[in-house]
Design a protein around this ligand. Structure first.
Ligand code: NDP
Length: 332
């Protein structure tokens, strides 16, 4: 397959202390020298992409830069023995879109160790409805299950439920037979969350009632928390005896202010989730579950599609916590 000499990308530039996005035509020779070049067909929008696009130096140190921590596409060149030219592959996490030009460009150049073949039964578009958010939801649910959380143990809760990680988690948990409660700050997201599979919606504010108490009424057999901060502190207090809570995000804050009581009086487990540096084999295990045992017929209802030109509007929205479900970027 021919490798084009130029390609389009959504670039972020620093101008007078502000970060602006624009579509640019790039030389393929400007990409970093890695052993695999991929023509990107689909990417997706995650909270971290918006942090990169708005100049967060914890995510991206040097600008101009092409964000996009997710990419699904076709191999144009590779030295890897694991796949060949023409294969459909998927890259999520590692350094893609952070300090390596990412999936908001029509071409990426990456180490082959970051890429995996698309799981059988999943197409490139579907893989980007999941994207890093879906992988993170899958990892969270996998850890809850491995910690012994079963549907018969009682209701489970997803926080930040209308967002990317949250909405995929609601869809999978409800498909697996869990009585799934969804906590959301958006009144307008109720119909969406019910359609995705939530049994009941509870407001974000109600989670914080009596939050100064050391323990709250036991309610949840398991929690997928995507918010961190005071929300995570509160759900730890309302977790049932021997229940488990996963933590992946920080939209509500990076500090965790808690006593040890949930852990030493209720045997609660706090389980950390990292989808970025996780060994590829673990990612592949979760991708295969997403493609088969955990596949949800609700997947399509999570997706909003956009072009590179339309993407900046959604970047603004995700920074304001206004996105519902997953935004898939169509680059072909
Ligand atoms: P989204 O923006 O799509 O979803 C976040 C949701 O959190 C929002 O939709 C909103 O849902 C809720 N929210 C927004 N602002 C606040 C606030 N101030 N307080 C409480 N809740 C709020 O982001 P993603 O789903 O892509 O990511 C969620 C988090 O997980 C982020 O912090 C992200 O960085 C992290 N993450 C971590 C990964 C890892 O590997 N550890 C991988 C992927 C994501 P609602 O209105 O329904 O409450």
């Amino acid at each position: 397959m021919d490798i084009p000499e130029k390609f389009r990308a959504l670039r972020v530039q620093e101008q007078d202390g502000k970060y602006i996005t624009q579509i640019e035509e790039m030389e393929t020779s400007s990409l970093p020298e890695h052993d695999t070049i991929i023509k990107v067909y689909f990417s997706s929008l995650n909270y971290k992409d918006a942090l990169s696009a708005s100049g967060n130096k914890g995510v991206t140190k040097n600008f101009p830069h092409t964000p996009g921590i997710d990419a699904a596409g076709i191999v144009l060149k590779t030295n890897s023995d694991n796949f060949k030219v023409g294969d459909e592959v998927l890259v999520t996490g590692y350094d893609l879109g952070m300090n390596t030009p990412g999936g908001y460009g029509e071409l990426i150049s990456v180490p082959s160790q970051w890429a995996t073949k698309l799981p059988a039964g999943m197409n490139m578009r579907e893989s980007m409805i999941y994207g890093t958010a879906g992988l993170t939801a899958g990892l969270s649910i996998d850890k809850l299950i491995r910690a012994g959380v079963k549907p018969e143990n009682g209701p489970v809760l997803v926080t930040g439920a209308s967002g990317g990680v949250g909405s995929v988690a609601v869809a999978i948990l409800s498909a697996l037979g869990y009585e799934t409660f969804a906590s959301s700050g958006k009144k307008s997201a109720e119909d969406f969350l019910k359609k995705v599979g939530a049994k009941e919606i509870i407001s974000r504010d109600s989670l914080l009632e009596n939050a100064n108490r050391p323990l709250l009424k036991e309610q949840w057999a398991g929690v997928v928390d995507t918010c961190g901060g005071e929300i995570l502190a509160s759900v730890l207090k309302s977790c049932k005896y021997s229940g488990s809570v996963t933590t992946c995000g920080l939209v509500s804050g990076m500090n965790l202010n808690t006593t040890v009581f949930p852990f030493i009086l209720r045997d609660v487990n706090l389980l950390g989730i990292d989808s970025v540096e996780l060994p590829l084999e673990r990612k592949v295990t979760i991708w295969n579950k997403l493609a088969h045992d955990w596949s949800s017929e609700k997947l399509e209802s999570l997706a909003t599609y956009c072009t590179l030109e339309e993407l900046p509007k959604y970047i603004d929205e995700i920074l304001k916590g206004q996105i519902q479900g997953r935004v898939v970027v169509d680059l072909h």
